[in-house]
Design a protein around this ligand. Structure first.
Ligand code: SAH
Length: 390
């Protein structure tokens, strides 16, 4: 096994628990290491740091799996880790549908596994975890006897690791259009062609948080995807609901979800660019009791963070203007590059420009099956805010 020595002046980040080791933090490598190999990592003065997988093609040279030198990284190791992830989800009450493995936050860097009842969707986003795919699939088979396992590795980030984008079955083929239950409602999930793994489980608790404010309300939702928030609103007693998304497929699926829950008469969806439509409706003086926004990340890199800030501010400003005095804005941001403080600052800037005062109802994060590791800021990514717009 090759040995990686860190530079003397590396940030305490790695020693204090962060699992990523960048190329420029490494002093030297003793021995041969090819992409995907397990290596041992030491400080410059030969103190053991951990074991992880290496990829010389990636800017992140090593991702640590364990800090325990006695751990052997083999098939059994992955079985035990995935079992641990399952025990944790059961302990905190996420069993039917949950993010079973949340990468770095579960000490399984770059591995994502979403559990949709009896079906599992996997992403292996780095070479060093991709090589363990058979072991991961075996573990799922042993622990869950699933009805199906599917790989959604059609993700551009894999190319940074020299991996191809691909998707397909990791079990016998099955019907990839499934129905899941959430908060007592039903939703179609398209495992093969939906966004990411097919469904955003991270908002499952937040969707429940709108229960009281939408009662008898006229609700507008933008960036609706498959209409999950909007269908919740309709089922929680909204007078009327309109959801907008730029993707025609998303809107078709959202309509099917409204039908599945019997709310198609007062829950409608339209294909629209939210930026254009919200601006136009603001000019026309349209007003809603509740406006809900759940836009995409707007940026994936720190260099273009300003773009994200501008996007979030613009859309929240437009959204606020459409809220009747005393109504509510429900707003989210799903990129870790915009931290919770910055997100609140953006909302405050938007309120100032809209000349509206805000009263905070609740400020939440992602659901607890997507654990946040203190000090590992990229595990804290989802912000979910409800404010009354005065
Ligand atoms: N609220 C959803 C997730 C939304 S994901 C849920 O809980 O499941 C973000 C959505 O924004 C995607 O469906 C994407 O198609 C849509 N989107 C991106 N840009 C848009 C735009 N300019 N106008 C409207 N929708 C947009």
């Amino acid at each position: 096994m090759a040995t990686v020595f860190l530079k003397r002046k590396i940030s305490p980040r790695v020693v204090n628990g962060h699992p990523w080791i960048f190329n420029n933090e490494v002093e030297k490598i003793d021995g041969e290491a090819t992409g995907g190999d397990i290596v041992e990592v030491f400080t410059h003065d030969k103190r053991f740091v951990g074991k992880g997988y290496i990829n010389p093609k990636s800017q992140i040279l090593v991702r640590l799996l364990t800090r325990n030198r006695a751990d052997e990284i083999n098939e059994q190791y992955f079985f035990d880790k995935i079992n641990e992830c399952w025990s944790y989800r059961k302990k905190i009450g996420y069993t039917e549908n949950c993010r079973l493995v949340f990468g770095e936050a579960d000490s399984l860097p770059q591995l994502i596994i979403d559990k949709f009842n009896d079906y599992f969707v996997i992403q292996t986003l780095a070479l060093g975890i991709d090589v363990w795919k058979p072991a991961i699939v075996n573990a799922l088979n042993k622990i869950f006897s699933p009805k199906g396992i599917y790989e959604r590795n059609d993700v551009p980030v894999r190319e940074l690791e020299g991996l191809p984008q691909l998707k397909g079955f990791l079990s016998a083929p099955f019907d990839t259009e499934i129905v899941i239950k959430e908060n007592g409602l039903k939703f179609h999930v398209d495992i093969e062609n939906g966004q990411k793994t097919g469904y955003f489980l991270d908002q499952q608790d937040n969707r429940r948080a709108i229960q009281h404010i939408v009662k008898d309300a006229e609700v507008l939702g933008a960036f609706t995807y498959t209409g999950t928030f909007e269908v919740h609103a309709a089922c929680y007693g909204a007078k009327s609901v309109l959801g907008l998304d730029i993707s025609e497929n998303a809107v078709l699926q959202a309509r099917r979800n409204a039908e599945l829950n019997g709310v198609q008469d007062n829950c409608h969806f339209e294909v629209a660019n939210a930026f254009d439509v919200l601006k136009q409706w603001g000019k026309e003086g349209k007003q809603y009791d509740v406006v809900m926004l759940d836009p995409p990340a707007f940026t994936k890199s720190r260099e273009t963070i300003q773009k994200a800030i501008t996007g979030y501010k613009e859309i929240n400003l437009r959204g606020m203007k459409l809220v009747k005095p005393g109504g509510f804005l429900v707003t989210s941001s799903c990129t870790n590059l915009v931290n919770p403080d910055l997100f609140l600052q953006i909302i405050d800037m938007a309120a100032k420009d809209a000349r509206r005062k805000l009263r905070q109802v609740t400020f939440q994060k992602q659901a607890a099956d997507h654990p946040i590791i203190r000090g590992m800021e990229n595990t804290e990514y989802l912000k979910f805010l409800i404010v009354q717009v005065l």
